[in-house]
Design a protein around this ligand. Structure first.
Ligand code: NAD
Length: 335
């Protein structure tokens, strides 16, 4: 089996490649990543010498390049590559449309032209929009994205769906809640708070801190994608979630407690434009139909994750300079 993993140098993609190489010792994995600010080959240090693993740098929206790659013979596609940060999509939506929508269409066209056994499109619960205090997103919830990021992901979801309906390409779409775990880029809530708290910098929290997200360990997301890739019924959407809804401020307080840092570091900042209030996932379909269950308990998983960032300070310190620093100052000022 030869798998094309797009965006494999990012947070979830790199965890997924490690997961698959450990689990399927006879699978070949080709990692296609353009290495944007979020792509980091250091995430793959543990597998870079594995003879079943190959990295190729390229852009998913470059049709000629992608077609050349597919000519080598690809059995399955797991599509992670995306612009993934909501704040950046508010500042500069264009690249989100180019990568998330056009890039996905190029991969779908290549899959149609050269033939594949399965195309898994890794999407997000954010395409469903925002929930009130009660209720959960099911696979039937209408798409109502509120940010340029989630709108571009919803656009790509609909294209993927259409290639199943129109051309019969064997696809699945997964929609997962917020992931946490090792190798997450330090612009996202958990690593951002850990990194700032360790340097005694202020901790920017949007609005009143009461926005609710459901959290899932990245390894549990990987096991769900593995199951969907192998056993998912073509054309189906599968929600993936951890049943761990927490307010943002609860997450921040938990991190401060474990690091022994004071809550006075918390600084409430002007709310994100169009900020979704609550996400909550009903993941009963993937559990019932494919037998998926998350393995990580949230309380111990978050503790281990904080420990990972403490033990891998060099990894995120290196990222925190350069381009990321420019973005941070534009977003939060120079605090
Ligand atoms: P990430 O930003 O950490 O990684 C994205 C990767 O894609 C990077 O390595 C980047 O270099 C690469 N990339 C970007 N544009 C590219 C292009 N044009 N061509 C090739 N490669 C390109 O993102 P992540 O958090 O690992 O998310 C991966 C996927 O999972 C995304 O599609 C995202 O929408 C989805 N998702 C993420 C979460 C989450 O909590 N992080 C939750 C649900 C779904």
């Amino acid at each position: 089996m030869k798998l094309l993993v797009t965006g494999g140098a990012g947070f979830i993609g790199s965890n997924f490649i490690q997961y698959m190489l450990n689990r399927y010792t006879n699978y070949e994995i080709l990692n296609l990543d353009s290495l944007t600010y979020a792509g980091n080959l250091e995430n793959l240090k543990l597998v870079q010498d594995n003879s079943n693993y190959t990295f190729v740098q390229g852009d998913i929206s470059d049709q000629k390049f992608v077609y050349n790659l597919f000519q080598q013979g690809i059995d399955g596609v797991i599509h992670f590559a995306a612009e993934s940060h909501v704040d950046r999509s508010i500042m500069d939506p264009g690249v989100f449309v180019k990568t998330n929508v056009l890039g996905t269409q190029v991969l779908l066209d290549a899959s149609k032209k050269y033939g594949i056994k399965k195309f898994v499109h890794v999407s997000t619960d954010e395409v469903y929009g925002s929930l009130g205090a009660t209720g959960l997103f099911t696979e039937e919830t209408p798409l109502a994205p509120n940010s340029p990021y989630s709108a571009s992901k919803a656009g790509s979801d609909l294209l993927v769906r259409s290639y199943f309906e129109t051309f019969g390409i064997p696809i699945n779409i997964t929609r997962c809640s917020n992931n946490y775990g090792p190798y997450q880029f330090p612009e996202k809530l958990i690593p951002l708070i850990i990194a700032n708290a360790l340097s005694d910098k202020s901790l920017p929290v949007y609005g009143d801190g009461q926005n609710v997200r459901d959290w899932l360990h990245v390894e549990d997301h990987c096991s769900a994608i593995d199951l969907v890739f192998h056993n998912g019924i073509s054309g189906e959407v599968y929600n993936i979630g951890g049943n761990n809804e927490r307010t943002n401020i609860e997450i921040v307080q938990k991190i401060l407690l474990q690091l022994g840092k004071p809550e006075s570091l918390i600084q409430f900042v002007k709310d994100r434009l169009g900020h979704d209030r609550r996400y909550g996932i009903d993941a009963s379909k993937i559990s019932k139909e494919l037998g998926w269950e998350p393995r990580h308990n949230f309380e111990s998983g978050i503790k281990e994750t904080i420990q990972w960032y403490l033990s891998n300070r060099d990894w995120w310190s290196r990222i925190q300079s350069g381009e990321y620093r420019k973005h941070y100052v534009a977003q939060y000022g120079s605090r």
